[in-house]
Ligand binder design. Sequence first.
Ligand SMILES: Cc1cc2nc3c(=O)[nH]c(=O)nc-3n(C[C@H](O)[C@H](O)[C@H](O)COP(=O)(O)O)c2cc1C
Length: 333
Amino acid sequence: MDLSTSYLGLKLPHPLMPGASPLVKNLDTVRRLEDAGAAAIVLHSLFEEQIISEQFREEQDVEVPEESFAEAITYHPRRNEYRAIGSEYYLERVRKIKEIVSVPVIASLNGISIGTWIEYAAKCEQAGADALELNVYFMATDAEESSETIEHRVVEVVKAVKSTVTIPVAIKLSPFFSSLPNLTKRIEEAGADGILLFNRFYQPDIDVEKLEGVPNLRLSDSSELLLRLRWIAILSGKVGLSLGCTGGVHTAIDALKMVMAGAHGVQMVSALLKNGPDYLRQVLDEMTSWMEQHDYESIEQMRGSMSLLNCPDPAAFTRENYMRILQGGTKYV
Ligand SMILES: Cc1cc2nc3c(=O)[nH]c(=O)nc-3n(C[C@H](O)[C@H](O)[C@H](O)COP(=O)(O)O)c2cc1C
């Protein structure tokens, strides 16, 4: 079975990899991810706030204990266990991970100002990163700022970073853009090698007794796949850059659906935090068995077979189906 794929111009043995997360803060976990077959290792993001203010240091630079994946997100750092300076520590981590794995290493930046994007994109490349993810996480809270201004900023970041580095660059987007196909086209024209759909937004809750905002980081489940499935299916075949999926991939069937929609790369985070890094191998094996049982020869053959362009019922992804569902005739689940 030929599971190989080209993602961001990187030749990978298959599309499956861990997404940006604290999993890579433990080097044993990185080794286990590679042993489990990860096609690439994606680092957690270096945040601009981390660079500017080292006061973030102890929250961010946490050595995650290998055996406590479910607890990883609530794990309280053992103080002084891993003394490190935000940005230097990050670059050192890129170097270290490059040393211990043979698969491509993808660094991730989450910035605000163009100068920082450029400077740290170059530093990540120098540290040995094989590719970069730019997480353009931005909350539009200002009524004076238009969607065009926000999109323009994203495109400018891509241009600036691409004119600085030679490694491939993927842009991790949120689902909240008015015309994702148009933005994707502009991102591609600006030189990006891929987009990743979608960022999961951190959604604070309210404590009605204490009248406080409550930080809330919930792991995903497979239901979150559908938003990504639709948009990758819509974009597949219409843009030339790589399509990566992040969000809601928990099983082999989830990953296969994403490939059928058109994904070149498929990332998992919540599933690996819940089940541990070795789970990646199980998903990979199950993908292979399913493809054998269904007489597929390669991922290439499967990719995009259920995209909007190739799907026997393209209305499933568009407005027509919305009307059909609301007017009855579709089972509730
Ligand atoms: C604990 C945790 C930490 C994360 N850290 C980052 C990060 O540093 N940078 C980033 O781009 N995404 C980060 N993410 C988002 C994931 O990369 C991924 O996009 C998201 O969890 C959706 O995928 P999933 O459904 O497989 O979890 C994080 C997610 C979790 C749960």
